[in-house]
Design a protein around this ligand. Structure first.
Ligand SMILES: [Cu+2]
Length: 99
């Protein structure tokens, strides 16, 4: 899938993504800033992903719903094999820098 921005659940295209057991999922960073994608359940950490880079892949062991997020941008949430993209977490943003 592609990363196209640094904000919210529209940062990934597609989101959610559908994948089969045995498929390998990779992220291509088409945005201009660094991202770092991890699975919410800790099953994969794809490392720092600079602009234009493609992540290492992780292979699905089943078709269960799974979620991931960016460690740099907390609003960047996504899902595999869910009906809809997950909602971003609340953004307290006390200093107005965005989330
Ligand atoms: Cu990010």
């Amino acid at each position: 899938m592609s990363i196209v921005s640094a904000v919210g659940n529209t940062a990934y295209q597609p989101n959610p993504v559908k994948a089969n057991s045995g498929d390998t999922v990779v992220f291509r960073n088409n945005d201009a800033t660094m991202h770092h994608i991890v699975m919410d359940d800790g099953s994969a950490d794809l490392g720092d992903l600079g602009p234009g880079a493609t992540s290492k892949g992780f292979t699905l062991r089943n078709t269960s719903a799974a979620r991931f997020h960016c460690m740099v941008h907390s609003s960047m949430v996504g899902a595999i094999n869910e009906a809809a993209a997950p909602p971003p977490p609340p953004c307290p943003d006390p200093y107005g820098y965005g989330c």
